[in-house]
Design a protein around this ligand. Structure first.
Ligand code: SF4
Length: 385
């Protein structure tokens, strides 16, 4: 890459000038408020910028500061998060806000150890907040920055491997512009997000292309080398959209992790600690196993007369490939279950629910539309499932 201090200075200057000229106008770039920067950084983990913006704006309108977030009911925080996925992020956000109220007078701390002691804040997020909001000399290293470095220096191998990641951290620390650490970090991330993209990097437009070893070799896309993929695990679930004579359904409250539900061992993770339809992990005969679960957990039984299979629902959560056999189960009265909610499907968004639950609800709604006129024809034999 660069060999001496003059080259390093020139490299920094080129990247910062480019960032000053071409950076995207994003709502979290218009503030130095650590709370707002923190919320954006957490939302941006695993989620695209365009998807985050409306959530970010709604979230901050409702929770304009740390205290407002700390004092809100968790259910409301999750409801505003619903659709972004990875709900533990929202829960940790609120836990950290409560820590800040308890320990730091409701202010975001600027001390590195205090920041790292907050729930859900790791070295990347800590460095991003401390550099952007407080101007501290902390260099960020995330997947985007690692990819840029791997290309600039033509680094082979799995970047997440312990020692290699450590040497990438040393490399990014060395590159950091100590006069403008916040801008520098954002410039590196912006380069990775807009030009040095995983596929088809736009090397001809790159402000630091002359210092790039991968570009010199003409094979930028070969870096970083592919990691071995974790093998996908298939998960089969069965879910019941109960439906009473008024068309109302039943949602169960977020499962507690220590609740110990052996028959539904995948379910707490897959419904992400959110409100959900009665759901169980199954092996072969989804209808029969669902019947057995509903009988023991809710005292509801299903038969040819009251069950209607809905279209299959597919969902991916990290390495899990989930298929859900969903059924509408008609009952005269919804069962009484401690903590459960009775509501119409259209009211689903009043509760925090996962994308998986939304997909099941959509399957029920589309069956309603298809069936209006000939409901009986849609019923299938339970034994055939
Ligand atoms: Fe990335 Fe291409 Fe720029 Fe190298 S020249 S840093 S590969 S965009």
């Amino acid at each position: 890459m660069h060999k001496n201090n003059a080259e390093l200075r020139s490299f920094r200057k080129k990247l910062l000038t480019w960032f000053g000229q071409f950076q995207r106008d994003l709502p979290w770039r218009r503030t130095k408020d650590p709370y707002r920067i923190w919320v954006s950084e957490i939302m941006l983990q695993q989620t695209r910028v365009a998807a985050v913006i409306p959530y970010y704006e709604r979230f901050l309108e409702r929770f304009p500061d740390i205290r407002a977030l700390a004092e809100a009911p968790e259910e409301e925080v999750l409801r505003l998060w619903a659709g972004l996925g990875y709900y533990s992020r929202a829960k940790n956000l609120q836990k950290a806000a409560r820590q800040m109220v308890a320990l730091h007078g409701g202010e975001f701390p600027s001390d590195r150890d205090a920041v790292h002691a907050l729930e859900g804040i790791g070295s990347y997020t800590g460095a991003a907040i401390l550099s952007i909001a407080f101007g501290q000399q902390r260099a960020v290293l995330d997947g985007n920055v690692a990819r840029v470095l791997a290309r600039l220096c033509a680094i082979h191998g799995d970047l997440r491997e312990g020692r290699r990641w450590q040497s990438l951290q040393e490399k990014t620390d060395e590159l950091l512009d100590t006069q403008a650490p916040g801008d520098w970090n954002q410039a590196m991330m912006e380069l990775g997000a807009t030009l040095c993209t995983p596929k088809a990097p736009k090397c001809l437009l790159c402000p630091v292309g002359n210092s790039c070893e991968a570009r010199r070799r003409g094979d930028a896309e070969a870096y970083p080398e592919k990691r071995e993929k974790r093998q996908a695990v298939d998960v089969l679930l069965a879910a019941a959209v109960l439906c009473d004579s008024r068309g109302r359904t039943l949602l169960l409250p977020p499962p507690k992790r220590d609740e110990g539900r052996p028959a539904a061992d995948h379910v707490p993770t897959l419904v992400s600690g959110m409100w959900h339809f009665p759901t169980v992990a199954v092996r072969k005969n989804a209808a029969r196993e669902l019947d057995s679960y509903l009988g023991s957990a809710l005292r509801v039984s299903i038969s040819e007369a009251n069950v209607e299979p809905l279209r299959k629902v597919k969902h991916s959560v990290t390495y899990r490939s989930v298929r859900v056999a969903a059924f509408r189960v008609r009952v005269a009265k919804l069962p009484k279950v401690a903590g459960a909610r009775t509501l119409f499907l259209e009211e689903l968004s009043s509760l925090p629910v996962s994308n998986l639950t939304r997909k099941i609800a959509r399957a029920a709604e589309s069956a309603d539309a298809a069936n209006s006129g000939d409901e009986a024809a849609a019923r299938l034999l339970v034994a055939n499932n």
